[in-house]
Design a protein around this ligand. Structure first.
Ligand code: 13P
Ligand code: SF4
Length: 309
């Protein structure tokens, strides 16, 4: 406990000395969330990154989120505690394949989920997050064919919700949400018959079909906290429990372990630790460095997304 207190103090001192802001995604460990200036889903964190004042952003999330923050803050330093905090969706979608698709289908509108590399963003017409994907797709003229990338489950969910026929979908998946087994959810519903089910749209269609609510991480937290129900099965990464317990301490939350780790954790997000956060603020490394050209090209689809209401 003493060690934890002193490392927290060191981080807060370094933060002040560096004129830094600490942004944390809901999937970070509770101790990181608790000392962050802002905790949020990927859309909220992109907005915070755009609006902050200071010299350094310490981004406690995954690398693509930090790249987005850098594109929105080309003059500022953006660091991440662990350079290998990647994402299976990013890895499923190489930029050269997207470039080849664009060359073969120049008339298609490319809608990229924010969980993509900055090089893929630079090839895209507009971005979206799990929170605004339906509004973003609805903002595209109905006669245009859309390529939605890279998440197959989010893409199919958006296609069902918008009723859009002319929508092609990449075949990427999240190694966390796409591996929550539907049969474990069935079992949990039997064990907790009064619980409502809240799911992230990266979950498989059979999980989504059993859900009472579908939304981004922040939307799930807000919905559970404001619902009249007292018990929930939460089909997303278990880091959201920190905010859920703060906002609704009297409610009960159950998580479904996936079959890879028998846990509900994102192995990429969990690479970040308090020690690595301290080191990245001390050394200003690992730092996001991007070419001017890629930042300029990626900024347009990001700004287009931020303008969608
Ligand atoms: P959110 O947009 O809900 O923050 O989701 C990001 C993510 O990586 C989900 O797995
Ligand atoms: Fe990527 Fe899935 Fe981890 Fe989110 S939970 S960062 S989509 S691997």
């Amino acid at each position: 406990m003493l060690a934890l207190t002193s490392i927290t103090e060191e981080i807060l001192d370094l933060k002040q000395a560096r004129r830094a802001v600490i942004l944390a995604h809901h999937y970070q460990d509770a101790e990181i969330q608790d000392l962050a200036d802002a905790v949020g889903d990927s859309l909220e964190l992109a907005r915070k990154a755009r609006d902050f004042e200071g010299d350094v952003i310490a981004f406690c999330g995954v690398w693509f989120m930090a790249e987005t923050a850098k594109v929105l803050n080309p003059q500022r330093i953006v660091v991440v505690p662990d350079r290998d905090a990647s994402c299976s969706l990013v890895e499923s979608c190489p930029a050269d394949q997207v470039r080849a698709y664009r060359a073969a289908h120049p008339d298609h509108v490319i809608v990229s989920y924010i969980n993509t590399s900055v090089e893929v963003k630079a090839e895209s017409d507009i971005l979206c997050t799990s929170r605004n994907a339906i509004q973003v797709v609805n903002s595209i003229p109905a006669d245009k064919t859309v390529l939605f990338l890279p998440d197959i489950n989010l893409g199919n969910y958006v296609k069902r919700q918008t009723g859009r026929e002319n929508m092609k979908i990449w075949q990427g998946a999240c190694i966390v949400h796409a591996t929550f087994p539907a049969r474990r959810l069935v079992k949990a519903r039997v064990e907790h018959p009064n619980a409502l089910v809240a799911s992230h749209p990266e979950c498989t269609p059979d999980v989504l079909a059993m859900s009472d609510f579908i939304g981004s991480t922040t939307s799930i937290i807000q919905w559970c906290a404001s619902s009249e129900a007292g018990e929930f099965i939460v089909m997303t990464e278990s880091g959201v429990l920190n905010s859920l317990q703060k906002l609704a301490p009297h409610k009960r939350f159950h998580f479904i372990p996936n079959e890879n780790c028998n846990c509900s954790e994102c192995p990429y997000m969990k690479r970040n630790t308090l020690e690595k956060l301290r080191e990245c603020l001390r050394n200003l490394e690992p730092r996001v460095e991007l070419s001017k050209e890629v930042m300029q090209r990626a900024a347009l689809p990001i700004e287009r997304m931020l303008a969608v209401k």
